[in-house]
Ligand binder design. Structure first.
Ligand SMILES: [Zn+2]
Length: 317
């Protein structure tokens, strides 16, 4: 029942990438990108390596989020008990599935997902608001560190460079070993009655036309086969009734959600575009160590986490 994504599926730099207003773009084989910088529009080129890493980053964050939504789907479809906040619980399921796959690329996906929440936090210009405390989700940075805890608990040696780069405290590393096991065993325990290796459920996967502005995101997600990954993972081996829909579309908001009435997981193209914007901005801000004005002030821990993730990904063949 564990997720397996064919190696290499998600890391090709396609030659069909196109688009103008955001990053991760190749024009006619040449790499070019435009960024919306805080001071106004600016243009920058992404290196081929940055495009490769950026595409992986966007796809990996989509995978993590879709596994999270898959968790909501399981809770809803199977009537699973949830002790504590469901949003935290399904982040835990997504983490366990990615980590238990023991797949190098999915381990990299965990790092990208943690960096994803760090970058979203770092780019939240107005800071944490009362509504963030009132909301259904944990704070972005809490979600990031919860993933770090899962990685640390699963394999502290493998993720050591990443975890060290975040200065994750030693006492937490020790606690996270048991926290990871508890998360994994709890999920496996509640899912166990529904595991049926002979069962295949029919899921309907669809990438709705994104429209011009987001076409590059649709292409990226299709190439990464992210919806198919969700369908293959949850559609095989669980006793789930047929008819679950897994849809990517332009929604008008940066979001992803499970709709129990429609029995549909939706991933909004805007979410991936947001990740693309953030990682492009990250590359831009971290490339030149300040040429003229006082630029370097982005959160240091974000940079360290991201840099470490990129290094780790780069050293993995
Ligand atoms: Zn959720």
């Amino acid at each position: 029942m564990l997720f397996r994504l064919a190696s290499g599926q998600q890391n090709g730099v396609g030659d069909s990438m196109r688009h103008i207003t955001t990053a991760l773009i190749a024009l006619g084989g040449a790499c070019a990108a435009f960024f919306a910088m805080p001071a106004g529009p600016a243009k920058a080129d992404l290196t081929p390596e940055e495009i490769t890493e950026g595409r992986k980053y966007v796809v990996n964050n989509a995978i993590f989020i879709l596994f999270h939504e898959g968790g909501h789907m399981l809770v809803s479809e199977l009537g699973l008990p949830v002790l504590g906040r469901e949003e935290d619980a399904v982040d835990g399921l997504s983490s366990v599935m990615l980590l238990e796959s023991e797949d190098e690329e999915l381990r990299a996906a965990m790092q990208d997902a943690a960096d994803g929440w760090f970058l979203i936090d770092a780019n939240n210009a107005q800071g944490v608001q009362e509504a963030d405390f009132q909301g259904t989700h944990g704070l972005n940075k809490q979600r990031a560190y919860a993933l770090v805890c899962m990685m640390s608990g699963k394999d502290p040696e493998y993720f050591k460079a990443f975890i060290d780069s975040l200065e994750f405290p030693q006492d937490r590393r020790e606690e996270c070993i048991a926290e990871y096991e508890q998360t994994r065993d709890s999920w496996w325990g509640v899912l166990d009655p529904y595991v049926d290796d002979t069962k295949t459920s029919n899921f309907t996967v669809s990438y709705e036309p994104a429209g011009d502005d987001l076409q590059y995101v649709e292409d990226m997600l299709k190439e990464g086969q992210v919806l198919e990954a969700i369908s293959a993972t949850f559609g095989e081996g669980y006793n789930i009734p047929d008819g679950i829909k897994v849809t990517a579309k332009t929604c008008g908001v940066i979001n992803a959600f499970w709709d129990p009435a429609a029995r549909e997981i939706t991933f909004c193209y805007e979410f991936a575009a947001h990740h693309a914007d953030l990682v492009s901005q990250y590359f831009e801000e971290n490339r030149a160590p300040s040429s003229s004005d006082g630029e370097p002030q982005a959160q240091a821990e974000v940079k360290r986490g991201m840099v470490s993730a990129l290094k780790a990904a780069a050293s993995d063949p």
